[in-house]
Ligand binder design. Structure first.
Ligand code: ATR
Length: 540
């Protein structure tokens, strides 16, 4: 069953023509509720506002807001003038938004609002669907969670004139979103609960799952009216807005930063392609073990939120294995071998499980490269550049495949630790060009967007015609790969490892296999569609 949550877009402009253009652009993009921000339309007369909102589709809801500066708006008028203007325009709207503090301030305010609610309507939706205009009572806090939040929500719910409760506050951590989910799910009246800021995006993306009355999106990436507000097209195309319902399973990538990860676009594309009732979101968890642990314990404590699995990226891969050890979760043999977990699954009956799919991604990418260049791995001299999280999975995979592995890293202490752990050789960073390996694997971030002309290997140092594998996937074609091809070497790009590790995550979460081509296609599509630089070179 499809959900009934309205996709709301705030509309404002300095001229009536542009206002009308924005309205139609929002309708075209899929908005089902338009919020006219009167306080951001100071130059437009009442008559022109009426013209702008006339003759719009009847199934579209129109909300009138004239936000005070005390609640984050820009209306310069005193409360009486502000409410009087809303009263004059109310007949052209289905809903009006009034701040709880304005409503509480005086009987005069409440009389004006009741008058605005009672004016005969000009829009068919009011007559046919709701019979009368509805009141949204709203609360905003741009600094953090309001202390009196629970009491204020109860006051709104108890107020007979209030039809819809709206609360928006600045999220201090991603865990605030869980409180927003509970408000949407359990409020006795239809509710809008928004966590503002980059840590609150889940409250906007997942609102339909929790039965919210509406979620707010901006017309495009430039016209957001609140921090963390996403563009309507991103919500619909990338985050599966139309497919969400109460039983949607939620997956996500945990990292810091995560906003530029390719994983949401790729996994959501596969969920859509396979008609899986699931959605995948970016989850920004602050660095440090305690932050990850607090988030995962919240997931465990609130199974009704529907979180079922996570990709784990920088800086939490080693924290994730520690969490599993502490909570008695199941760590599979590959994650133990690599010493890090990049994939978690959660089930409220069976608890936590973890694996490392970077390992499988590396094996698949290396094997494909060997086939392409007709080489055998047994005894092949492999030089791994870098000693971070990606190197760990690559070194483990190469050793298990039978290669003769050497590690070179800028910081020698890091490389020596890794070399000792996996029983492989060590080479100093400065002397790396003196070796002539049969396989070079770049696991450093050198060459990633935006510094795309950088390379960890000298352009004329490909003696012996090695196979060259770059784990960086942004850009798809790195300077290292270009130089290697120019020298006649076979190459493998980072997208092969990315899509193979993502396919392995699907299998770990869903318990069924998936055709590798499905993830190859989704990865290629997401890379082609992406216009922004990615946050990390190996942000699998
Ligand atoms: P990941 O988990 O993706 O591997 P990481 O743990 O941050 O990410 O590791 C990044 C790798 O890139 C490290 O090996 C790092 O070298 P240091 O250990 O010396 O930091 C390497 N790296 C980053 N910038 C580099 C540069 N300019 N030159 C050489 N190596 C670099």
């Amino acid at each position: 069953m499809t959900h009934t949550t309205r996709l709301a877009v705030p509309i404002f402009s300095e001229t009536v023509d542009r206002l009308r253009e924005s309205i139609f652009a929002a309708i075209d993009a899929g908005a089902t509720l338009l919020e006219l921000r009167l306080d951001l339309c100071a130059e437009i007369s009442d008559d022109n506002v009426r013209t702008a909102v006339s003759n719009l589709p009847p199934n579209l809801l129109l909300l009138l807001t004239n936000r005070s500066s005390a609640q984050g708006g820009e209306c310069p008028d005193d409360d009486i003038d502000r409410l009087s203007r809303m009263d004059r325009l109310a007949p052209w709207f289905d809903l009006i938004d009034v701040e709880l503090e304005t409503w509480r301030a005086s009987e005069r305010h409440r009389d004006l609002v009741r008058q605005a609610l009672a004016e005969p309507g000009e829009r068919p939706a009011q007559v046919e669907v709701h019979r009368r205009r509805r009141l949204v009572l709203s609360l905003h806090d741009f600094r953090g969670r309001p202390k009196s939040m629970q009491n204020d929500l109860l006051a709104c719910a108890d107020e007979p004139s209030c039809d819809i409760v709206k609360i928006a506050w600045h999220a201090r951590s991603v865990r605030d979103c869980f409180e927003a989910f509970e408000i949407m799910r359990t409020c006795p009246k239809p509710a809008i609960a928004v966590c503002m800021g980059s840590l609150g995006v889940l409250s906007r993306m997942l609102a339909p799952k929790f039965g919210a009355f509406a979620s707010f999106a901006s017309l495009d990436r430039q016209t957001s009216t609140a921090p963390g507000q996403l563009a309507i097209r991103d919500l619909k195309r990338t985050y599966r807005w139309d497919a969400l319902d109460a039983s949607t399973a939620v997956f996500g990538v945990i990292g810091h930063p995560v906003s530029h990860s390719l994983s949401p676009a790729v996994h959501n594309a596969v969920f859509a392609e396979t008609r899986t009732n699931a959605a995948y979101v970016p989850i920004d968890v602050a660095p440090g073990y305690e932050s990850l642990k607090a988030f995962l314990l919240e997931v465990e404590a609130k199974p009704q939120a529907g979180f079922r699995g996570f990709s784990v990226t920088i800086p939490h891969k080693e924290h994730a294995i520690r969490f599993l050890r502490e909570c008695g979760g199941a760590i599979d043999a590959i994650a133990e071998r690599v010493g890090a977990v990049n994939t978690l699954a959660f089930d409220s009956d069976s608890g936590w499980r973890g694996t490392n799919t970077d390992y499988r991604g590396a094996v698949a990418a290396i094997t494909a490269g060997l086939e392409k260049s007709s080489r055998h791995i047994g005894g092949l001299r492999a030089l791994v550049l870098g000693a971070g999280g990606a190197s760990r999975a690559v070194v483990a995979a190469l050793v298990d495949l039978g290669a003769d592995v050497t590690i070179a890293n800028r910081t020698v202490e890091r490389a020596s630790g890794l070399a000792a752990e996996f029983g492989v050789q060590l080479m100093t960073w400065d002397r790396r060009a003196e070796s002539s390996p049969g396989l070079i694997v770049n696991c450093t971030s050198v060459g990633m967007t935006p510094d795309t002309t950088a390379t960890p290997w000298s352009g004329d140092g490909f003696a012996g015609n090695p196979l060259v594998f770059d784990t960086i996937y942004a850009p798809a074609d790195t300077q290292l790969l270009r130089d290697a091809r120019a020298a006649g070497c076979s190459t493998v790009g980072g997208s092969a490892m990315f899509s193979n590790q993502a396919a392995a995550q699907w299998e770990f979460w869903m318990g069924t296999s998936i055709d590798a081509g499905t993830y190859d296609q989704a990865t290629a599509g997401a890379m082609a569609a992406s216009v922004e630089p990615f946050g990390a070179p190996t942000d699998f």
